[in-house]
Design a protein around this ligand. Structure first.
Ligand SMILES: Cc1cc2nc3c(=O)[nH]c(=O)nc-3n(C[C@H](O)[C@H](O)[C@H](O)COP(=O)(O)OP(=O)(O)OC[C@H]3O[C@@H](n4cnc5c(N)ncnc54)[C@H](O)[C@@H]3O)c2cc1C
Length: 295
């Protein structure tokens, strides 16, 4: 499933409020006034790219356009991470950050106080159920939970939805609001603390009759297993599936292994891509290439 991108623009946002939502989630509300040309798409899994200050900066500078390309263009390396817009009310943008060990973004969220600033560029989204969808399966771990909540809040009455959500603590479970008929399967697992149960839970789910749509937002290898099951075993059409890898467990070790073989994997992928396959097929081949390489 391809991504939809809105090259809206860049803005500097300031923290208005930061609250501890649950043991694993920190909610930060940003003031995003003056977001000319940069608006919500309304799609539940829309993200913004957050730019964190470099050492010695209180905030990243405004981006400028050089040769038509919007960027910082100052040679300073700044960390950038993707985060879901949990809520966008006028000038207020709410983001729920997972509080995990390590990481520029998680460290920043733990220290967030009113007045602190970040750069924000957006937006992009993947969720897109076809109009004839009769049932929906939504799967997430903690980073995918904000998008999953937003999706449930937008579902219409009469639609059947099942959600499988992995959290780190019992108290991370949230109250869900939806006009649709929703069943929830909460699990305390995965999230870098224990093996993930998402793939097994998906396989145990009895697929309803009628036209469905499956959305996944969570750890990349769990997402790969879910894509393989739905495309390979179930045979669901690509337009009824959006699998988005949100993060990677033990990213540093994975990257080290990946970098050792990246050139040959990319060669393999390019050979297959030259056959002119579509994006959905290419995704499956890339999954297979990674799996063969033990990644
Ligand atoms: C489309 C999209 C939407 C996303 N939406 C959200 C969101 O709304 N809220 C949110 O919290 N995250 C979200 N994420 C995930 C977030 O971008 C990543 O978790 C990101 O890596 C966090 O950056 P960091 O600097 O804290 O950690 P990094 O520097 O990337 O990683 C440092 C270490 O932490 C580990 N790590 C990273 N993330 C997690 C995690 N969640 N749990 C346990 N260990 C982790 C890594 O494996 C690594 O070992 C989203 C990602 C995508 C692609």
């Amino acid at each position: 499933m391809g991504a939809q991108r809105d090259d809206g623009g860049y803005l500097t946002v300031r923290v208005v409020e930061s609250i501890r939502l649950s043991p694993s989630l920190i909610r930060v509300v940003f003031d995003a006034s003056n977001h000319g040309g940069f608006n919500t798409s309304g799609v539940p899994d829309e993200i913004v790219h957050l730019y964190f200050p470099a050492d010695g900066e209180s905030a990243p500078p405004e981006m400028t356009r050089r040769n038509g390309v919007l960027g910082h263009h100052d040679g300073v390396a700044r960390e950038c991470r993707n985060y879901t817009v949990r809520r966008w009310d006028g000038d207020r943008i709410t983001i729920d950050f997972v509080d995990h060990v390590g990481g520029v973004a998680a460290d920043w969220a733990r220290s967030a106080e009113p007045g602190m600033a970040l750069g924000m560029w957006g937006t992009r989204s993947w969720y897109g159920p076809p109009a004839d969808t009769e049932w929906m399966l939504l799967i997430a771990d903690l980073p995918g939970l904000p998008a999953l909540c937003r999706a449930l809040e937008q579902l219409p009455a009469g639609l059947r939805a099942h959600a499988i959500v992995e959290v780190a603590h019992d108290d991370d479970v949230q109250d869900m609001r939806s006009a649709a008929s929703v069943t929830m399967d909460w699990r305390v697992a995965g999230n870098g603390r224990a093996p993930s149960e998402l793939s097994d839970a998906v396989r145990a789910y009895e697929i309803p009759t009628g036209t469905g749509y499956v959305w996944f937002g969570g750890e990349a290898s769990a997402g790969r297993a879910v894509r393989k099951y739905f495309r390979g075993d179930v045979g669901i059409p690509a337009k009824r599936l959006a699998i988005v890898g949100y993060w990677r467990d033990d990213k540093e070790a994975w990257l080290e292994r990946y970098e050792r073989v990246a050139d040959s994997l990319i060669d393999d992928y390019e050979r297959i891509a030259l056959t002119g396959m579509g994006e959905a097929e290419a995704e499956i081949h890339w999954d297979e290439i990674l799996e063969r390489a033990g990644l």
